[in-house]
Write a protein that binds this ligand. Sequence first.
Ligand code: B4P
Length: 191
Amino acid sequence: MINFLIFGPPGSGKGTQSVKLASEFSLIHLSTGDMLREEVAGQTGLGRKVEGIMQRGELVPDDVVIEMIAERLDANPGAGGFIFDGFPRTVDQARALDETLADKNTSICKMLMLEVEHEELVRRLILRAEVSGRPDDKNLDIIENRIKVYKEKTEPVISYYRKDNKYQTVNGMGDIDEIFHRLCEVIRACI
Ligand code: B4P
C-alpha cells in the first residue's frame, strides 16, 4: 500500500490535484472537506453540527474527522493506497492517522506540500465562489480567516512529517497540468 498526503493552504490546489493523482496512480482519494460537505448537503445530524463551523472557515473537531477517515480506511481493505486531501489539519489528526495506518501495517510515504503565493490563493477562491456556491469562498474575511487558521493550526503538521523526512515541497504556481507533472515526478520517485 502506498499513501500520500496532499497539503497546502486553502486554494493551493489540493482537491484539484488529488482527483488527477488518484486516477493516475489508482489511489483512493479521501477528502475530509468533500465528506463534510456531503453531510451538510444531506442535513444529517453531523452535517447540522458542522455547518456553522465550516461557514466561518474554522476547523471541525478532530474526533469527527478522525472517525470519518478511520471508517473509510476500514471500508477499503483491498486498496492499493490512499491520497489524503485536507487531512490531517492538526498535529493530533496526524498522530491519529499514523496510529490507524500502523494498525494496518502501512504508513505515509510523502507529504506533498503545494506552495502558492497568498494573492493567488485568494484569487482562486474568489473565482471558485462564482461556480461552487461554497459559503466559505464567498467572502474575503472568511477566506482570510481560513488562511489564518491554516497558519495557526495546520502549518505545525509540517514539522511532524519533516522530522521523518517525509516532507516534500512542490511549486503550486502555474497551470494545473504543469503542477500535476511536478507532483507525478515526486510520486514516481517513491514507488
Ligand atoms: P477543504 O474542502 O479541504 O477546502 P480547501 O482548503 O479550500 O481546499 P480545496 O481542496 O477545496 O481547494 P483547492 O485548493 O483544490 O475544506 C473545507 C472546510 O472543511 C475547512 O475550512 C474546514 O472547515 C473543514 N475541514 C476539512 N477537513 C478538515 C479537517 N481535517 N479537520 C477539520 N476541519 C476540516 O482549489 C481551490 C480552487 O483553485 C479551485 O476552484 C480550483 O479549480 C482552483 N485551482 C486549483 N489549482 C489551480 C491552478 N493551478 N490555477 C488556477 N486555479 C487553480
